[in-house]
Design a protein around this ligand. Structure first.
Ligand code: NPW
Ligand code: ADP
Ligand code: MG
Length: 277
């Protein structure tokens, strides 16, 4: 199977310009389940990246003790408790996992998704929960994206000796589970079991805690805006890397923070838009 280079040409065919007469309802309402008392940073990073990627509305499931911090850091988001997961009717997409932990409380979030019909991105501890509690994939009767780094990938699908073995398994599992798998790393690999892509953007400034949490927010945003699971993964991975490459104009790979990268998502969109006009 030919691996397509995920470059500007590829993205131009996927990205849809924002209509000038749109309103917030046009761009979807995302539900993000991220963070916990000691991983509140994951909530903030994923939420900011989601909002910077074009979503119309964002609701975040929060721990009550984090409420004031979250309200102060992200006034654009709305907050709800975990009960909202069982009635997902106000939303268009769900992102779950960064920093939620792998205890029985977080496991309930996964159970509550069983009745859901919206597209979901599973990242970080959501993937670890699926692996730890051997969740039956057949319970997921909705479209979904998995975004494991290599350790999370091996927890889900068994130990692998090389990246090429992982890619082969990713293609097979994406086909079997009818999902999109984003195998993250230096050259992130994306597959839906039929198509395969290798990303061309990004740099080692992203090799820091929190970078994947931002990607989750971005992909959740694109899903809520109505892009397909494959399109959302492609756009998220490419623009996340492009924002990091633009950040090299003002920061080094050492000094770059994911907060800087999120601030440059805007320049990444601008560069894409300038190529399209
Ligand atoms: N500010 C916050 O709130 C933050 C919250 N966060 C949240 O914390 C949770 C735990 O996330 P996590 O990814 O750190 O834990 P885990 O899955 O055990 O992996 C750790 C080990 O895996 C390895 N490894 C990973 N990638 C690799 C690669 N590409 N290539 C090679 N090895 C790789 C590497 O292990 P090593 O190779 O050193 O043995 C690494 O030390 C999760 O929910 C996340 O969202 C974080 O995002 C940080 C910021
Ligand atoms: N050397 C690198 N080059 C390009 N991208 C990288 C590099 N290192 C990490 N990344 C990207 O950064 C993100 C890291 O995600 P992850 O490991 O889940 O981090 P975290 O859980 O700490 O947020 C992925 O999108 C990955 O592709
Ligand atoms: Mg991660």
């Amino acid at each position: 199977m030919e691996v397509v280079k995920l470059d500007l040409n590829c993205i131009k065919n996927t990205y849809k310009k924002r209509p000038c007469d749109s309103h917030k309802g046009t761009h979807g309402h995302a539900l993000l389940i991220a963070g916990s008392t000691d991983k509140m940073g994951a909530t903030i990073i994923a939420s900011r990246a989601c909002l910077r990627s074009g979503v119309g509305l964002l609701t975040v499931v929060f721990y009550p003790e984090n409420k004031s911090v979250l309200f102060n850091s992200i006034p654009e988001a709305m907050y709800a408790n975990s009960c909202v997961i069982s009635d997902s009717s106000p939303y268009q997409a769900i992102g779950i996992g960064p920093g939620i932990g792998v205890d029985e409380v977080s496991l309930q979030y996964i159970y509550e998704l069983y009745e859901n019909k919206l597209p979901v991105i599973f990242d970080a501890d959501a993937l670890n929960l699926i692996a730890k509690y051997k969740i039956d994939w057949k319970k997921f009767n909705f479209r979904f994206v998995l975004t494991p780094h290599l350790k999370e990938f091996d927890r889900l699908f068994g130990e692998h000796d090389s990246e090429s073995e992982r890619r082969t398994t990713a293609i097979q599992k994406a086909k079997d589970l009818n999902c999109v798998i984003v195998l993250k790393g230096h050259k992130t690999f994306i597959t839906d079991g039929i198509h395969t892509f290798e990303n061309t953007t990004g740099n080692s400034g992203l090799a820091k805690g929190g970078s994947g949490d931002a990607l989750t927010g971005m992909i959740t945003s694109f899903l809520a805006q109505g892009y397909t699971t494959l399109e959302s993964a492609i756009l998220g991975v490419y623009l996340h890397g492009l924002a990091a490459d633009i950040t090299l104009q003002t920061q080094s790979e050492e000094s770059m923070l994911i907060t800087d990268v999120i601030e440059n998502i805007g320049l990444a969109f601008k560069s894409l838009n300038s190529e399209i006009q």
